[in-house]
Design a protein around this ligand. Sequence first.
Ligand code: PGA
Length: 259
Amino acid sequence: MKSQRLIVANWKMNPETPEAAREIFLATRRVGDKLKRTETIMCPPAIYFAGLAKLASKKVHIGAQNLFWENSGSYTGEISSTMVKSSGGSHVIVGHSERRELGETNEMINKKVLAALKQELTVILCIGEKERDAHGEYLSFVKQQLGSALSGIQKKFVENFIIAYEPVWAIGKSDREAMKGSDMYEMYIYIKKVLTEMLGREYAETIPVLYGGSVSALNAEDILNNGHVNGLLVGRQSLDPIQFKDILTIADAQVKAAK
Ligand code: PGA
């Protein structure tokens, strides 16, 4: 049976040394291994990936922060889904807003999604609007991101798909500026509706939807309980094992509210 909660740690371009990376990973694994209903997915920078993948466990997985759509070739600086898979990775974040900001388009994201699914990696697809407007145009924006990322995906791969809704305006802020649980619930319903239109109800129901953007131990409970999300994508706070432990513990304890 699938875990009822998924917590993704996005380390971004941190920490600065492999020793520190190992320390954070091991401290979190000690906590993650004891959780009953929660799986943790640690996404370190690519340079630490293979070393940390050896330390992954049944409940604490390792994922990449990005990949390229070809398996090998003349693509300086890129890593492929076959490399992630053969180095012990099981997940990959695709379409993070910080990568979109560097020029990644919906079309490129779709190619990455298809390449990762082909290798049976689980894709954590990031979507989210830059800002909100009174006319609800942000909803069409999110729908378009979803539609293009999912274009051409075979339904058999749907079980390897996770959506992380990360409104760009809520990333990298204080914990009070994260989205409120009740607002997240509206977005959760909207995302499920769009997925149902695209894939049918049966498939749409199986895709977990996470929230990301300034998650901390102070707002995790509200977002999980009142947002009804299946988990969280945590940036800065996942680098602090003490804070992250609290988030993981809250997630595991609040599992009743998950849908
Ligand atoms: P944050 O980052 O938790 O530091 O806001 C989240 C993300 O960008 O994935």
